[in-house]
Design a protein around this ligand. Structure first.
Ligand code: ADP
Length: 467
């Protein structure tokens, strides 16, 4: 067989299958129709009535003829039987119809009630609501919707409002996604956001969700989100202004502070002439405070950069245990008399993962410095292990602990909680959180009052893109 006749055979076979499929579908629809008819309540009433009548006539006549042989008595009994039949079937019919009519009335009432509720909601003016069809027309709408888009009821009745023309071209994709979901689910699970072009050409931001009522028609609920959008824009502008302000102030403070520090150092180390012990003491305090201010400014700048996403990770495959060892070494130098308290428990055979070594060093230094700062005695344990879809790192201490209500708040910038204030900026944990989140990880704290605190973070195995 040549390829043309093969194609023709294929085509005929396909056509045959299609016809078969159509016929099967038609037969199936007919069967469904018949089964619906057989289950319908008028058919049931008639069927029960006919069965009872047939049984009654057949058996009562057979019995009568078998028992009575006098034709006159048979006639009288037949008349009586006829009356009795009418009476019994009338009562039966009454109860059957009453039951169905009552059910129908109940259903009717429930439907009317839900319709009234829907109409009240529809006309309430809280949200816009519109009926539409798949051909693009808006067939009915409440006043709120008309007010949103700036059209009149007359224009609506004249069929001048088309939903696809209300949507600006850049939001067509949003509409397409919604229609796709409506076709498969019959209803939009979540509201979408877009804009409508009003009659006067201006735009209005809206959130909307739709539901199909039948194959062709649907209803949409539309919310005017102008106020929310304005608030969002104002907040975004505020965040930019805040960030700009903080970085300007910090940069402006940095240079004079460096000069003050330099000058203090010169006086303190005797370069400007002899300094007595009392003066050294005062200058020492001044120097500590200058350092503190310097750290605060640096932290503010670092946090601002992170908050505005202006930092990137330098990702390399590394061993987290190496970083912990380095942090531990540094902490031992700082710990002085408490160095014996610092313990590390490193998970064996941890896989190398991609992370920014310097940033994670910063997180671990911050957590271990806090542990030393807030606990006066007792062990401080830095632990690494596998778990929760990545490497789980924790720093535990046996200090005063943190109240449950503060466990999340401490990760917010400038939050210093509880009554055990130590020198600090309140930014360390906020910065740590940004770093861990940039690694797609998770950081959290656990604590039991007076039993110490534990800080945990996870560095996930998944490939991390740089932020
Ligand atoms: P700070 O510079 O104040 O230490 P952080 O952001 O590092 O700033 O910590 C925020 C707050 O969380 C601290 O002021 C302290 O109240 C609390 N905190 C942090 N670590 C601990 C800890 N190990 N034990 C008790 N409280 C802690």
């Amino acid at each position: 067989m040549d390829s043309d006749s093969e194609d023709a055979a294929c085509f005929t076979a396909k056509q045959g299958l299609l016809n078969l499929h159509n016929e099967a579908q038609t037969a199936w629809k007919r069967m469904n129709k018949l089964s619906r008819f057989l289950k319908s309540s008028p058919f049931r009433v008639v069927a029960i009535y006919a069965t009872v009548s047939f049984l009654w006539i057949y058996f009562s006549d057979t019995l009568l003829n078998a028992l009575v042989h006098d034709p006159q008595i048979v006639t009288r009994i037949s008349v009586f039987k006829g009356f009795l039949f009418v009476l019994v079937t009338t009562i039966l019919l009454y109860f059957l119809i009453r039951r169905d009519v009552l059910k129908m009335l109940q259903r009717d009432n429930a439907l009317r009630e839900s319709e009234t509720r829907l109409r009240r909601f529809y006309e309430s003016g809280m949200v816009g609501a519109a009926y539409w069809n798949t051909r693009g027309a808006i067939t009915d709408a409440n006043n709120k919707f008309l007010e949103m888009i700036g059209y009149t009821r007359e224009e609506l009745t004249a069929g001048k409002i088309e939903w696809n023309k209300l949507t600006p071209p850049e939001y067509r994709l949003v509409d397409e996604e919604c229609v796709k979901e409506l076709r498969t689910m019959g209803v939009n699970q979540n509201p979408s956001e877009k804009e409508y072009i009003r009659k006067d050409g201006t735009r209005i931001p809206i959130a909307f969700a739709c539901a199909m009522l039948d194959e062709e028609n649907g209803i949409g609920i539309i919310l005017d989100i102008t106020d929310r959008k304005k608030t969002e824009e104002a907040l975004a502008a505020l965040a930019v202004a805040k960030s700009k302000f903080a970085s300007t102030i910090s940069h402006e403070l940095r240079s004079p502070l460096a000069a003050i520090k330099e000058a203090t150092n010169l006086v303190l180390d005797g370069s400007m002439g002899p300094v007595n012990d009392g003066q050294k003491d005062v200058l020492g305090t001044a120097k500590d405070n200058i350092d503190r201010l310097g750290r605060l400014i640096n932290n503010v700048l670092v946090y601002q950069k992170m908050e505005t996403g202006k930092f990137s990770l330098v990702l390399n495959e590394d061993d987290i245990n190496d970083v912990v060892r380095e942090v531990h070494k540094n902490a031992m130098l700082l710990a002085g008399g408490r160095s014996a308290d610092l313990v590390i428990e490193l998970g064996a055979d941890l896989p190398k993962i991609k992370f920014d070594k310097d940033r994670i060093f910063q997180v671990l230094t911050n957590l271990s410095t806090n542990a030393m700062k807030y606990s006066e005695s007792g062990a401080i344990v830095i632990q690494t292990q596998l778990g929760n879809g990545g490497i789980h790192i924790s720093v535990r201490d046996s200090g005063p602990g943190i109240k449950t209500e503060y466990l999340e708040k401490i990760f917010e910038p400038f939050s210093q909680v509880g009554d055990h204030h130590k020198e600090g900026t309140g930014l360390g944990l906020a910065i740590s959180k940004e770093i861990v989140l940039a690694h797609h990880g998770r950081i959290w704290a656990e604590s039991e009052a007076r039993k110490g605190s534990a800080f945990h973070f996870i560095l996930p195995f998944e490939e991390i893109g740089s932020k």
